[in-house]
Design a protein around this ligand. Structure first.
Ligand code: ADP
Ligand code: ZN
Ligand code: MG
Length: 526
C-alpha cells in the first residue's frame, strides 16, 4: 500500500520545476508565415509552403508574437534581453515537417522573472526553509488562518518558438503511439506561435505547482495573450520533479511528466510521482532521469523515453533570420501596453472599495467576474463606495453559487449587474431584509431581466419598519414573557437576541431588525 503524500513529505522534500507552453492565440497568424491561428477545423487546411517545410520557403517572424512574449516577460518581472536570436532545434519526428523546430536557445527574449503565489492547504504546506516574502509590498494581506502562506517562484526564462503539428494515432489504446496501427498528422497547428516559460526548481508541493500555473494563466488572460484553455491545449505543462531527504542540500535526480493538460492531472501526477520516487529510494532503488507519461485513468506514471540532452538537438543559430536587438524605447513602448495585473487589481479592491481580502481574491481570480463587479459599481454611480462591499459579497456567495449550478460564466448570467445593484440598494435602504434578499435573488435567477423592486412589490415582501405596528407586536411579546423581561432588566443583556427572534417569528421575518432593536431597547429599559 503506497503511503500518502503527507506522510512522504514528512521525511522527504519534493523539488518541482515547470516548463509551460502557451499558444499565443492573440497573434492570429502563425509564427513564420501568414496562415491563420485557430483551434480544430478540417485537418491540413491552414497550411502553406513555410509551415509545411517546403524547400526554399523562408520564415518571416511574426512581430506581434514577439511583442506578446516581451509583454509576458514584463508582466512577470523578467529582464528583456537587449540582444536575442532564434536557434534551430534539430530532431526528426513527423509532426515537424522541416525536421527542425525554430526555437530559442541561449539567447531567449526574457530572463529572471518571478511570480508570487499564495497557497492555503492543510497538511502538505511543507515549506520549511522558505522566508516569507513581504506580501504587504504587493498590497496583499494573507488570511491569518495558520495555513495560508505566500511564496515567490522564480522564472528562469520565457522564449518563443513554433508549435508542432498534431499526431493522431489510430488503433492503439487511448490514442497513444504505442500499439497504434496508423498515425495521421494535421499541420494546422504547426507553426502556431508558442511561448515557453521555464520556472526555477522553486516549487515544493503539487498544490504550489497548481497555484503557479493558475496564476500564470490569469496573468496571460489579463494581458490578453491567450485564452489559457488547457483542454484545447492552449496551455500545456511539463512537470520536472525530484525528491530529496529533508535537510539535504543537493537536488535528487528528476523525472519529467509530459503534457499535463489539466490542473488536476498536474496535481495528481505530481502526487503519484513524489510518492513513487520516495518509495523507490527508501527501498534502495535509484530514480532514473527520464520522461514519464501520466495516465489519468489508471492513475499511474510510466516511463516514455530516457531524457534527451540539449546537445542531442544540435542547436545552431537560425541562418534565415537576423538576431533581435530591442532598444529600451522599444521595450518601453511595449511596457506601456501592460494593463492592471491581477495582484494590483486585488490590492485595489481592498484599498479603494474596502473589500475583505477573500472577496477581493475571489473576484480578481476570474476576469469576467471582476469585469462584472466593475460594471455593477459603475452603475451604482455615486453610491458605489457605500454599496461595494455588499455587491462583492453577493457576487462571491449568491451569484457564484448560481453560476456554478447553471454551468454558465458571468457573461451569460441571467442576473445582470444592474439587477444586483438594485437588489443591494433595496437592502441598504431598509426596504427588504438580508434574508428577504436571498429570496428575491433566487427569483431573479429564474427570470431574465426580472427587476428586484418588482419582485418585492409582487410578493408583498416589503420589510416591516412601521414603528406603531412593530410596537404592538413587541407589547404582546413583552406581556407573554415577564420572566425574561425581568432577567433582562436584571442584567442579562444577551436576552435581547431572544426578543428580536420572537418579533421576527411573529412577523414572518419581515421586521426591520434595526428598528426592532431600537424599539426593544426602549421598551425593555425600565
Ligand atoms: P534539462 O537540462 O534536463 O532540460 P533544466 O535545467 O533545463 O533541465 O531544467 C528543466 C526544468 O526542470 C526547469 O523547470 C528546472 O527548474 C527543473 N529542474 C531542474 N533540476 C531539477 C531537479 N533536480 N528536480 C526538479 N526539477 C528540476
Ligand atoms: Zn503557413
Ligand atoms: Mg533544459
Amino acid at each position: 500500500m503506497a503511503k500518502e503524500l503527507t506522510d512522504v513529505l514528512r521525511d522527504w522534500e519534493a523539488v518541482i520545476g515547470l516548463e509551460i507552453h502557451t499558444e499565443i492565440t492573440a497573434a492570429r497568424t502563425k509564427m513564420f508565415c501568414g496562415c491563420a491561428v485557430a483551434f480544430g477545423g478540417e485537418p491540413n487546411t491552414r497550411v502553406c509552403p513555410v509551415c509545411l517545410g517546403m524547400p526554399g520557403a523562408l520564415p518571416v517572424p511574426n512581430e506581434a508574437a514577439v511583442q506578446w512574449t516581451v509583454l509576458a516577460g514584463l508582466a512577470t518581472g523578467c529582464a528583456i534581453a537587449p540582444w536575442s536570436q532564434f536557434h534551430r532545434k534539430n530532431y526528426f519526428y513527423p509532426d515537424m515537417p522541416k525536421d527542425y523546430q525554430i526555437s530559442q536557445y541561449d539567447k531567449p527574449f526574457c530572463e529572471s522573472g518571478s511570480v508570487l503565489i499564495e497557497v492555503d492547504e492543510d497538511g502538505v504546506a511543507e515549506r520549511v526553509d522558505r522566508a516569507q516574502p513581504d506580501v504587504a509590498d504587493a498590497g496583499l494581506q494573507l488570511a491569518a488562518d495558520g495555513k495560508t502562506y505566500a511564496t515567490t517562484i522564480g522564472i528562469t526564462r520565457i522564449h518563443l518558438e513554433e508549435d508542432t503539428g498534431k499526431m493522431v494515432h489510430l488503433g492503439g489504446s487511448e490514442g497513444r503511439i504505442a500499439g497504434a496501427v496508423n498515425s495521421l498528422v494535421d499541420f494546422n497547428r504547426a507553426g502556431t506561435p508558442l511561448m515557453e516559460l521555464v520556472s526555477e526548481p522553486d516549487l515544493r508541493t503539487p498544490e504550489e505547482a497548481r497555484r503557479f500555473v493558475q496564476k500564470l494563466r490569469l496573468i496571460w488572460q489579463a494581458i490578453g495573450i491567450s485564452d489559457g484553455n488547457m483542454e484545447e491545449g492552449s496551455m500545456r505543462v511539463d512537470a520536472n520533479v525530484s525528491v530529496r531527504r529533508r535537510g539535504e542540500v543537493e537536488f535528487g535526480t528528476k523525472a519529467e511528466l509530459k503534457n499535463m493538460n489539466s490542473f488536476k492531472a498536474l496535481h495528481d501526477g505530481l502526487v503519484y510521482e513524489i510518492v513513487r520516487q520516495a518509495a523507490l529510494l527508501e527501498s534502495g532503488g535509484r530514480v532514473v532521469q527520464e520522461t514519464r507519461h501520466w495516465d489519468a485513468t489508471k492513475k499511474v506514471t510510466s516511463a516514455l523515453r530516457s531524457k534527451e540532452e540539449a546537445h542531442d538537438y544540435r542547436y545552431f543559430p537560425e541562418p534565415d533570420m537576423v538576431p533581435f536587438e530591442f532598444s529600451s524605447e522599444y521595450v518601453q513602448r511595449i511596457r506601456e501596453r501592460l494593463p492592471e495585473l491581477p495582484d494590483a487589481r486585488r490590492a485595489r479592491y481592498v484599498r479603494d472599495w474596502g473589500l475583505p481580502t477573500f472577496d477581493a481574491a475571489v473576484l480578481t481570480a476570474d476576469l469576467e467576474l471582476a469585469a462584472y463587479f466593475e460594471e455593477a459599481l459603475e452603475l451604482a454611480g455615486s453610491r458605489a463606495s457605500e454599496l461595494a462591499a455588499e455587491v462583492a459579497k453577493l457576487l462571491v456567495n449568491d451569484l457564484r453559487a448560481y453560476l456554478n449550478a447553471a454551468g454558465v460564466g458571468p457573461v451569460d448570467s441571467v442576473v445582470r449587474p444592474a439587477g444586483v445593484v438594485e437588489l443591494v440598494a433595496l437592502v441598504d435602504g431598509g426596504t427588504i431584509s438580508g434574508k428577504q434578499a436571498k429570496e428575491v435573488f433566487a427569483a431573479m435567477c429564474g427570470e431574465a431581466g426580472a427587476s428586484p423592486a418588482e419582485i418585492v412589490e409582487k410578493r408583498g415582501m416589503r420589510q416591516l419598519s412601521d414603528t406603531s405596528q412593530l410596537a404592538t407586536v413587541i407589547d404582546g411579546i413583552v406581556a407573554a414573557h415577564p420572566d425574561k423581561v425581568e432577567a433582562y432588566r436584571g442584567g442579562k443583556a444577551g436576552l435581547i437576541g431572544f426578543f428580536v427572534g420572537q418579533v421576527m417569528r411573529e412577523t414572518g421575518g419581515q421586521a426591520n431588525p434595526q428598528v426592532v432593536n431600537e424599539l426593544l431597547q426602549e421598551r425593555l429599559t425600565p
